[in-house]
Design a protein around this ligand. Structure first.
Ligand SMILES: Cc1cc2nc3c(=O)[nH]c(=O)nc-3n(C[C@H](O)[C@H](O)[C@H](O)COP(=O)(O)O)c2cc1C
Length: 351
């Protein structure tokens, strides 16, 4: 029998992708407002967590599957998304001041490739709006919340560290870990912060501030899949020097290979980061490389092209302690997390 999502998908896929996203989230929110529907949704989608709990960078995750950054940038839908069974949800990327992001349309599907192209440009309501939502949130049981932080578009790179510091200080009491995002392709010049010296300065300053506070939090770095081996090696060194808690690999790619969709189709969509199935191999390779070159004490979060129990297992076997999903949810639907969890419970991965 077809699921509700399978019935809705052809209609949703005819709509603009960003509109469809908010339509679905609004629908989920309305359903979750009705207590019996809320409970039923949890029963249908969430699945159990038997044998899946693990402690990573000092936090206990009820299962290793998380929602990747960008899906709920403003912490608006945590209660609803928790019903899908995630062990953790990463909000953001948040910037100090609200910003509109790039002109719409800015999110596109390539259904044949099970891929998305986006050039959102860190659209978000700003860190203060997210903090006030987090203050009011009744946290779903056992859910870990991460805060992904960035800089405003009009902040020059030589002052970027100030933006990251603002986000860190404001969010610190309300999130369990941080991800420093220097890898989005949609904020001009942002990826230059991945270069050795700017990255060192940024991470050392953030860690210094982090350790001063009462609520010191694990800080992770999210990297692009388009880095050369030399850059990856620099990142491994800097991660140790700045006492990072882990690395998140990867963000979207600016590459357009391998795609089965016609070049005329994707070329017409313009610039942006590619995510989903075509990113799977590249993200997995980067994760494998990091796993071989990082000390085993540095946990890795694998993200990019995970859309099935098999691709989840592949990433965990390549060395990820935790995994995250974005595009897979759009193509596989809300039962994806449950199916991955069922597979992992049935055939646990031994380290
Ligand atoms: C529409 C969209 C918006 C995104 N926004 C962010 C963001 O704000 N911050 C971030 O670190 N990653 C962002 N990402 C990247 C995802 O978190 C993830 O790293 C990437 O999509 C690869 O995973 P996937 O193949 O499962 O989608 C975004 C991705 C998409 C598709």
């Amino acid at each position: 029998m077809r699921t509700l999502y399978e019935l809705l998908k052809p209609i949703l896929f005819r709509l603009d992708a960003e509109k469809a996203h908010y339509l679905m989230m609004g629908l989920l929110q309305n359903m979750a407002d009705i207590p019996p529907a809320h409970d039923l949704m949890g029963k249908i989608w969430a699945g159990g967590n038997d044998g899946l709990s693990k402690t990573v960078f000092g936090l206990t995750f009820k299962n290793p599957i998380g929602l990747a950054a960008g899906f709920d940038k403003d912490a608006r839908f945590i209660r609803e998304l928790a019903l899908l069974g995630f062990g953790f949800i990463e909000i953001g990327t948040l910037t100090p001041r609200p910003q509109a992001g790039n002109q719409k349309p800015r999110l596109f599907r390539l259904p044949q490739d099970r891929a998305l192209i986006n050039r959102m440009g860190f659209n978000n309501e700003g860190v203060d709006a997210a903090v006030s939502r987090l203050q009011r949130l009744v946290r779903p049981e056992g859910l870990i919340i991460g805060g992904n932080i960035g800089k405003n578009k009009d902040t020059p790179n030589d002052r970027a560290v100030e933006d990251y510091l603002i986000c860190l200080k404001k969010l610190r009491p309300w999130v369990d870990y941080f991800v420093v995002n220097v890898s989005s392709p949609n904020t001009p010049g942002l990826r230059e912060l991945q270069d050795k010296e700017p990255l060192r300065r940024l991470l050392l300053t953030l860690q210094d501030e982090n350790q001063k506070g009462v609520h010191s939090r694990p800080i992770l770095l999210k990297i692009a899949p388009d880095l050369e081996q030399g850059q990856l090696n620099d990142i491994v060194d800097i991660a140790a020097e700045a006492s990072l808690a882990g690395l998140v690999a990867t963000n979207t790619t600016i590459e357009r290979q391998p795609l089965v969709s016609q070049p005329s189709e994707w070329q017409a969509l313009g610039a942006g980061g590619l995510s989903g199935a075509p990113l799977r191999e590249r993200s997995n390779d980067i994760l494998g490389y990091l796993s071989r070159h990082c000390p085993s004490s540095l946990p890795l979060i694998g993200v990019g092209g995970i859309d099935s129990p098999e691709s989840a297992r592949e990433r965990l076997t390549s060395g990820a302690s935790l995994i995250q999903i974005y595009s897979g949810l759009i193509f596989a639907g809300p039962k994806l997390v449950k199916s991955i969890k069922a597979d992992l419970s049935l055939r646990p991965i031994t380290d």
